[in-house]
Design a protein around this ligand. Structure first.
Ligand code: NAP
Length: 306
């Protein structure tokens, strides 16, 4: 069976693309390797996505997006893409279990994954005190002390969320200024459960079975200290999920997919949308915009070429 479009990745960009293409009567398949929703599901509460004036749970927003797309005929399968073949006019998407799908066009909406600190103890204590998802693991730290690393929107937003459980959240940031948006900064600074540790980096994580200390260094004074905590949440940015795309489409120096403003990549009939794309602002609303644009471009491509 040949699809008109295969969308790889089921976050807001992919689900929006799927809504548009299935509603546009293209035979559309979305392949997602985990659960649909992408990084949105790792955010507890979203208050900057228009249309929900009181805010909405990340998981609920993702569910609504999925339902809306499926209602118009989007097929969704779970699977991990192993390879993509562009030989000939039709393209093939091959999953790790060997399943092969033929398609006229592809939209990559594979998103990004959390960046690692790459320090001693990070691997050893992953899932036992080291986490990259506050929504998933926050409740394990009721009345405990924790460290959050980073100074961007994710670090500050998730620190605020973690104060619901933790007794104290130490935000360790390598500079003395936050990158996070002002409204989040204001809330964090006035939260008595958040303490900032400025100009500092985490050098090592230690413990026995689980984390019990985070070793930090002040980058200005060189002074070293130890924070006795039960957990550490790392929010130092994301890397794009493009490992299987190398050589297929142009990537920028950080491995994000290069597109034009119609979401076209350098390969004909291949589009990209959302956090996997090289672009300055990574928001749910911009991912949704990308998804819609990629879908319209894919529709035009199929119409003109088949
Ligand atoms: P980010 O904006 O790239 O910020 C990463 C933070 O981690 C920065 O403060 C950076 O420090 C620090 N950092 C990077 N590498 C580090 C390292 N090796 N060691 C220690 N610290 C390190 O990442 P993000 O906060 O995950 O946000 C990603 C994107 O999603 C952004 O576009 C953001 O706006 C968006 N987002 C938006 C919302 C929202 O709208 N509420 C929520 C979450 C994410 P420096 O500041 O010194 O560079």
């Amino acid at each position: 069976m040949t699809y008109d479009v295969i969308i790889i990745g089921g976050g807001p960009a992919g689900l929006t693309a799927g809504l548009y293409t299935s509603r546009g009567r293209l035979k559309s398949l979305l392949i997602e390797k985990g659960l649909t929703g992408g990084l949105v599901t790792t955010t507890e509460w979203i208050e900057n996505y228009p249309g929900f004036e009181e805010g909405i749970l990340g998981a609920e927003l993702a569910q609504k997006m999925e339902k809306q797309a499926v209602k118009f005929g989007l097929e969704i399968v779970q699977g991990s893409v192993a390879d993509i073949s562009l030989a000939g006019k039709l393209k093939s998407v091959i999953l790790e279990d060997g399943t092969r799908y033929e398609t006229k066009s592809i939209i990559f909406a594979t998103g990004a994954h959390p960046r690692l600190l790459k320090i001693e103890g990070e691997d050893r204590f992953r899932g036992r005190g080291v986490s990259y998802c506050a929504t998933c693991d926050g409740a394990f730290y009721r009345d405990k002390k924790i460290v959050v690393v980073g100074g961007g929107d994710s670090a500050v937003q998730e620190s605020l969320f973690l104060t619901r459980f933790a007794a104290m959240v130490f935000v360790v940031h390598r500079r003395d200024q936050l990158r996070a948006e002002k409204i989040l900064q204001e809330r964090a600074v006035s939260n008595p459960k958040i303490k900032f540790v400025w100009d500092s980096v985490v050098e090592r994580i230690s413990g026995n079975d689980v984390v019990n200390a985070v070793h930090i260094k002040n980058v200005k004074t060189g002074e070293k200290s130890v924070l006795e905590v039960d957990g550490i949440f790392v929010f130092i940015g994301y890397n794009p999920n493009t490992e299987f795309l190398k050589g297929l489409v142009e990537l920028n120096g950080d491995n994000y997919i290069v597109t034009d403003d119609r979401m076209s990549t350098t390969a004909s009939g291949i589009f990209a949308a959302g956090d996997v794309r090289s672009k300055p602002y990574k928001q749910i609303s911009t991912a949704v915009g990308d998804g819609a644009a990629a879908a319209i471009s894919a529709e035009k491509y199929v119409e003109e070429n088949f």
